[in-house]
Design a protein around this ligand. Structure first.
Ligand code: AMP
Length: 255
């Protein structure tokens, strides 16, 4: 008999992907004042995949629990997760504190234990700091198998088969539960929450915890020295013919 799935979906509140980020004056990160925040796109894909697994395998999924580590305002993305199909959520409130991937992974490990999760589906990276580390660190802490950058997830009993996007092709892995999967862009296209579901989500559970409730300390190992814009690219020139291209390249001593 196959185990029921208790899926944990960690979701991060980040600057909306449609906004062009600007570096703050202190050059310590991106400017966050007056900017729209949303659920990290890869986390949205992770949530969508969990909901699709529930829809495709009737009775297999016992619960989908979403968790976010962030400011009190991260409640908004948890409400969105509830409206889309999560059953319950936890906010681990860290105020305005930036939390490093290892600390996030430790908090997620505690949440896995608390929620008795046997499958964690995360984004492959958060688009604000592009760390691409949390899923891997969580797999290490839990000593669970992991498949990163998933473009397809198939469930057959306790076996999970994941197709991974790799340079110039794909890699197919199979592992048994419990397992960690991180999502790539082509895994699925997330749904929008409908208005009735947004209303219903207001009554669904949203637990609020502090870091100390989980016995973890917010320690820092990394120091951001400087965040800079990429150098401005010079405008190109259009050439009319191959001969002109060759002479231009010679002029620039490129050939
Ligand atoms: P990262 O390793 O920071 O690029 O993030 C990879 C994934 O880890 C994200 O897509 C989320 O699923 C999860 N994650 C990272 N930071 C947080 C956070 N503060 N709260 C919840 N999930 C997070």
């Amino acid at each position: 008999m196959s185990s029921k799935l208790k899926i944990l979906v960690p979701v991060k509140r980040v600057i909306d992907f449609a906004i062009k980020p600007r570096i703050n004056k202190a050059q310590t990160g991106v400017e966050t004042k007056g900017v729209k925040f949303s659920i990290n796109p890869f986390c949205d894909i992770a949530l969508e995949e969990s909901i699709r697994i529930r829809e495709a395998h009737k009775g297999l999924v016992e619960k989908i629990h979403a968790v976010s580590i962030g400011p009190t305002k991260a409640q908004d993305i948890l409400r969105t997760a509830l409206a889309k199909g999560a059953d319950s959520t936890t906010l681990i409130d860290v105020g305005d504190e930036e939390v490093e991937p290892l600390t996030v992974a430790k908090l997620l490990q505690k949440t896995v234990e608390k929620e008795d999760s046997n499958l964690v589906i995360l984004g492959k990276q958060a688009i604000d700091d592009d760390s691409n580390q949390t899923g891997q660190m969580l797999a290490g802490l839990l000593n669970w198998p992991q498949a990163t950058n998933a473009s397809k997830v198939e469930i057959d009993g306790d076996n999970i088969t994941v197709t991974r996007e790799i340079d110039g092709g794909s890699d197919t892995l199979r592992a048994k539960l419990p397992m960690i999967v991180t999502t790539d862009l082509r895994l699925n296209e997330p749904r929008y929450a409908s208005l009735p579901n947004i209303m219903k989500a207001k009554k669904k559970p949203l637990e609020k915890l502090k870091v100390s409730d989980l016995g973890i300390e917010l320690s820092k190992r990394l120091e951001t020295l400087k965040v800079e814009e990429p150098p401005q690219r010079e405008a190109g020139v259009k050439v009319e013919s191959v001969d002109e291209l060759i002479s231009k390249l010679k002029e620039l001593k490129a050939i």
